[in-house]
Every structure is written in C-alpha cells, then in structure tokens.
Ligand binder design. Structure first.
Ligand code: AMP
Length: 416
C-alpha cells in the first residue's frame, strides 16, 4: 500500500525545528504580557460571512484563497484565513468591551489560505498577532509598530525594514478612489486582465499586482497621501513623530495598501533582508470601522499579524536548550521495580528520565543511553540495591561514582 502524505501546502513540525517554535511562542507570551495584552483563542472555523464581510468581498483572500465548505447541516463555514475578524466577532459576542480592560489581545495559531505553496508560503501557516481596541490615539499606532519591530530585534532578527503609509478613511478615500480609477482607466489597455477587473471593484488592489508591467504603470498613479483629509493627515504626522521619539526608522511607501479591506489610516509592513521572495514578516494597521461593521460598538482598532514560519526560518540556528537526560539502567530484571520508583522520584524532582525496559544487558543499555544523548546513566545492580545507592556514569567522561540515593538529587544539581 502506498504511504499517505500530508496535504500540499501543510508541514509537520518536529525536533529540532519545534524547539524554535517553542522559543518563539514563549517569547510572544512574555513580551506582549509586558504591554498588558491578553491571549485570546478563537475557533479555527467560522461562518463564512464573517470573513466576506470583515475582510472584504473583493479581496484576493476572500475571492480566491478561502477554504470554505458546507457542514452536514448545510451551513457555509470557512477555515479562518486570518484572525482579526474572529477576535472582533468574539469581543462583540461576549461583550468583552465592558468586561476586559484594557482591550488588548494577542493570539497564536494556524491560519488557512489556498495560496500557491513555496518556501515561506503555505496553505496551513501560523500567525501571531495583536489587536488593540478602543484607542484612536496615534501614539497607540506607534506603540504597536514599535512593539513589532522591537520584538523582532529581541528575537535576534535584525535586518528588517519597516514600511509605513496611511490609507485614509471613509471621508477621504472615496474622492481618492475616483482619481485613482480615472488614472487606471486611462492606462487600462496596458494593465493585465486581473487589474482591469479591479478598476471598478477595488482599484487599490492594482498596487498589489506582481506583474512587472502593472507595477511600473501603477508607480505613476496618484497616491493616497496627497488626498488625505486633515484628520488623517494629522494622525499620520503624529504617528511618524512618535516613531521618531521611539527611535524607530521607517520608509514611507505611498503605495502600501495591504491585502485586506478593513484598514483605515495607518498601514505598515515589516520585511526581512534575509528572506528571498517571501520576505514579508508581518503587516497590519488601523481598522476604525471594522468593529462597527461587524455589529459592535463604534470603536477604533489596530493590530498586526506576523508569519511564524518566516520568523522560525530566522530562529532555526538557535541551539535547542538540551535538558540533562538521565538514563536508568538495570543490570537484571529483578531491579526493575527499583528502576521504576527511582525514575518517578527523579521526575518529580524535575529531571528528564528515560527508563530502559527492553535491553537485556548493561552494554546494550549504555549504547542506547548514548543514542538518546543521555548525560548520565544511573545503574542499579545488586550492590547498589543492597546499599540504597546508584552508580552514576557520566556518559561524556565515562567516569562512574556510587552515590547514596538520598544524596542523588543534590549531587545531580551540583554536576550539571
Ligand atoms: P496578512 O494577514 O496577509 O497581512 O499576512 C501577515 C503575515 O502573515 C505576512 O507578512 C506573512 O509573514 C504571513 N503569511 C501570510 N500568508 C502566508 C502564507 N500563505 N504562508 C506563510 N506565511 C504567510
């Protein structure tokens, strides 16, 4: 029978790579705890409507990338392609606006998009992200952006570039879209078919087109920065000023529009100089209308999502912290009861312990201890059992000492 493989675009994660994931997850919890963010865990699937309404019907994600299916009761459900809409849905459903203050969340988990798989791009991938509600101060935008860049720096990911833009708001965007549409219309003959379609439905998305000809043409299109209303202009200026107080270098990119429709005002992306084509590490921005549009109060929001696979690519060089493994060996099956009990005591004291039940003689057990990279083998033989002791063999130096059981824990702590 042929062996079954994991579906295209998914990956198994195991040692040693999994150590980098554990390191990253612990770092997220530690770092964002300092900013009073609380973890939120939402379902992996939601009603499809949440994403079509939340992310935007005309976006690439909703049009082409969602894993949507009907369940046995004929409901349309979708594996979450991102988590902001779900966090907003959960906050509305449980009225967290009143219960939790400050309204700051972080999440860690898998997302699903029917993307073209390649290195750094998968169909099941992981994001961690943050969301801050109920605070429209531009300093909050700067703090969220600072935290993203600072977190990467603390992880040891140094070569990063922050790009920043303001995508306006419902007051100024419609007038800009009109100008943009006109400019795109004038060049429609030179745009790809996909972009021609976007002229009517969502002209901002033309800036996302990867086709060389289209991006060349889009470079001459008017930019939103020149059409911001006074409120958006002031907000953006204050974000930039606060970032300069915080010593965060950034590049203004007037064509940064992001792939999800819910953004208003600040939009940002962080890319890595060390990754190839898939160099976007994280992206986010403000979404001041999303909470209201999904049925909640009229409340501001801002957040970002980071691709964890791409962060892990930077972290894989991290040496996994190697625990000092103890291997319990018995010279004779008669001492198995002592071995089992010794292992229980040692584990309760915090040591990682492996007991060998299979090997018939000590020589084989020493070999196995080497194979699992045990630091010490604890040998129980007739003498040791009689004396209430154990012989501890240092697997690196081959030295062996006999230690009374009552002194073993202290001895192990002194002999790392
Ligand atoms: P987005 O939600 O599209 O703004 O993406 C935020 C971040 O998630 C990106 O900067 C990437 O690091 C990561 N990301 C998005 N799509 C994928 C994917 N298909 N595979 C791996 N990482 C992804």
């Amino acid at each position: 029978m042929s062996a079954i493989q994991a579906p295209k675009g998914t990956r198994d994660i195991f040692a040693p790579e999994v150590h980098a994931w554990q390191h990253l997850e612990a770092a997220i919890r530690d770092y964002y705890g300092r900013y009073l963010y609380q973890e939120i865990r939402t379902p992996l699937f939601e009603h499809s409507e949440l994403f079509s309404r939340g992310i935007g019907e005309q976006t690439e994600v909703v049009q082409k990338e969602m894993y949507t299916f009907r369940d046995k009761a004929d409901r349309s459900l979708t594996l979450r392609p991102e988590n902001t809409a779900s966090v907003v849905r959960a906050a509305i459903e449980h009225n967290l606006f009143e219960a939790l203050a400050p309204l700051r969340f972080f999440y860690i988990g898998p997302m699903f998009r029917y993307d073209k798989p390649q290195k750094g791009r998968y169909r099941q991938f992981h994001q961690f992200g943050v969301e801050v509600f109920a605070d429209d101060a531009p300093q909050v935008d700067a703090e969220v952006i600072f935290s993203a860049v600072d977190f990467l720096r603390r992880l040891g990911i140094a070569q990063v570039q922050l790009e920043l833009n303001s995508v306006g708001c419902p007051n100024c965007r419609p007038a800009y879209l009109k100008v943009l549409r006109q400019a795109a219309q004038d060049r429609s003959a030179d745009l790809c078919e996909d972009c021609r379609r976007k002229i009517d439905s969502n002209p901002l998305r033309i800036f996302d087109c990867k086709q060389h000809a289209c991006s060349g043409i889009a470079a001459s299109f008017p930019v939103i920065g020149d059409h911001l209303c006074p409120e958006c202009r002031e907000h953006f200026a204050a974000v930039r000023e606060t970032l300069s107080w915080m010593n965060v270098p950034f590049l203004l990119n007037p064509r940064l529009v992001r792939g999800l429709d819910y953004y208003t005002k600040t939009a940002f992306e962080v890319t890595s100089g060390q990754l190839g084509a898939q160099n976007a590490l994280l992206g986010g921005g403000r979404y001041n209308d999303l909470i209201r549009e999904l049925g909640g109060p009229d409340m501001a929001g801002i957040g970002f999502a980071a691709g964890m696979e791409r962060l892990v690519l930077h972290l894989e060089h991290l040496a996994a912290p190697r625990p000092k493994v103890l291997f319990v060996a018995t010279a004779d099956p008669r001492w198995l009861a002592h071995a089992v009990q010794l292992a229980q005591v040692l584990r309760s004291e915090g040591h990682p312990v492996y007991v060998d039940y299979q090997s018939k003689n000590l020589k084989k057990q020493f070999k196995k201890a080497d194979r699992i990279a045990a630091a010490f083998t604890l040998v129980l033989a007739e003498d040791e059992v009689r004396d209430g002791a154990v012989s501890v063999k240092n697997m690196a130096t081959q030295e062996q000492v006999k230690i009374p059981l009552k002194d073993l824990n202290a001895w192990l702590k002194q002999n790392p």
